[in-house]
Design a protein around this ligand. Sequence first.
Ligand code: 5GP
Ligand code: MN
Length: 335
Amino acid sequence: MSDIKELKELLSVPHKIVITTHQRPDGDAMGSSLALYHYLKQNNHDTTVILPTEYPAFLGWMPGNASVVIYEKEPKKCALLVEESEIIFCADFNKLDRLDELGKIIEASPSVKVLIDHHLEPNDFATFSFWSTLACSTAELVFDFIIRMGDRKLLNKEIATCIYTGILTDTDRFRIPTTSPIVHRIAAELLELGINHTMIYEEVYETFTENRLRFFGFCIREKMQINKDLKTGIISLETEDLKRFYIQTGDTEGLVNYPLWIKGIRLSVLIIQRPDGVKLSFRSKGDFDVNELANKNFRGGGHRNAAGGKSMLSVAETREQLISILAPLKKQLNP
Ligand code: 5GP
Ligand code: MN
């Protein structure tokens, strides 16, 4: 954790600020970025949120969404914003390659960089770093950051709504082990700020189209393999499966959790063919470390119980490779 004093001094006069996060942003990425946006705006900073790629439809209601600029749609505008910026906030990612091309532009920028993140093993690119893997979400760290800046009085309904969304989604609805008493206390304070937590839940989890729900049903019925020996469930999706159900960005969010609903299953993997290669999502229960699995074998990472990675093989080959990697780990999966 960096000393807050120096940054507080820097932020005491208005600056041109860019806030950015990882590609295919999730609830925590959007919640953290937009909470920072609503916070910094109050101190008269000229602030813009830049996303590497579009946000999913289930986050389309978030306060401040209309102001975000998306790199894949407006690369020149984004490059100019980075060029003109004095400070860049990097929220919810630990390595600039998680921003693809935009990451390279940010890496080359001389602006002061402020990292706020909870992923394991961050790269050393930030001037100031507010980083803890104990935090349930980056949104929790954004809350902490505002308090440490001495600005509790600036918390408002917009900031609270964004932070709550980050915590809700990254804890998988207050379920995962990092959901500490502190997280519940923060949630209580956010509720006291007047947020509508029922609305947030419904917007995030209960705005499926009929088609998307039927797609989930199809994935569970036709595309899920359960390996009882390895206590593992794998859902594999080819381009044709995605095309058949007109699947858009974010439509597969949450799908990886379903195999873990089966008693005894400790590891779940979603393998998807994307235009730029195969993407893997890992979720585990207990001590099985998917960050290590993704990092060692699939050029990825994340957290102990939730991580992602990539492969340049086909979906079927990736699945075979995964099973051959897991076979010697059978003992760890059967503690
Ligand atoms: P998801 O499976 O939802 O894409 O990601 C799960 C977690 O792993 C998230 O915290 C996400 O930021 C992280 N993650 C996903 N893909 C990658 C990757 O390719 N590299 C790294 N370092 N982290 C990833
Ligand atoms: Mn996060």
